[in-house]
Design a protein around this ligand. Sequence first.
Ligand code: BDR
Ligand code: CA
Length: 317
Amino acid sequence: MEKKRVIIDTDPGIDDALAILLALASPELQLEALTVVSGNCDAVQGARNALGILELAGAGDIPVAQGMRIPLVQEALLAPETHGETGMGYASLPSPTREVVPQHAVDLLIEMIMAAPGEITLVAIGPLTNVAMAIRREPRVASAVKETIIMGGAIREWGNTTPLAEFNTYFDPHAAHIVYHSGMPITLVPLDVTYQAILTRADVDRLLTVESPISHFIADATRFYMEFHDEYQSIEGCVINDPLALALTFAPQLVDTKLLYVDVDIGCGVSMGKTFADFYRMWNKEPNMKVALGCRARDFIELFLQRIEDFCRAHPD
Ligand code: BDR
Ligand code: CA
């Protein structure tokens, strides 16, 4: 089986860490690089987290590039209340024994995508600043990328950062605007589906029956994330947005999608960063993305657990 070549653009982040682990645990995928952007934490800390996650998972040879530290126009709005001061909740990662690559993440994205036109699937699970910058610097990346799967937005769902807007999109709405209108083949994975993907305490206990530093890392990180969900959103367990987006690279049947014209508000008013779709084609514009609107959430959680259990078994120390 030929593996699907994937780059993850990420702001690690607890659910980002779970997405990276799921990628490493998935035989269909070849993880080519992690490019890091500010979001859940600053990109410098995020790059350190990315290196630590790869080290924990025995994947220390995958390149990590640090990218944009601030959004295109807005100020950075980090999320320590959701992901902890380091971005990893109560978990600590091994200190990285290597450095980020010398290239900026935007340059690495351009270089890798342009070197293999039609081959790289980009999974963007943080704010879209790096991706937008790559498009501005080398517009041909939009047609050279095989597909971009974006975790972001809230179409029929309410927001998780403002009453209307989702975090990744609110953090850098101008970047989202550039990416949405770039002509890239996009699948959007908004809160409409990710808020159904809830990892429970029982799920984490199940992972802990496999003795591995990875299962303990997941337990320590998600304990913080679950406390956030309980305190701020009255949700039992935690929503694992980013792993669902990653899973669509090899299991697209987990969601139902609709081709739609989608845009994001950059008007600086109450709905700044709000994503919306023209369901009735009132503007007569061509659809610019596939949007996931339905989800077999428990199938996804089961898939996630099985793969991570197997991965933990393969990494007992
Ligand atoms: C998104 O924002 C971050 O908190 C998560 O990592 C995810 O990418 C969900 O709104
Ligand atoms: Ca993220």
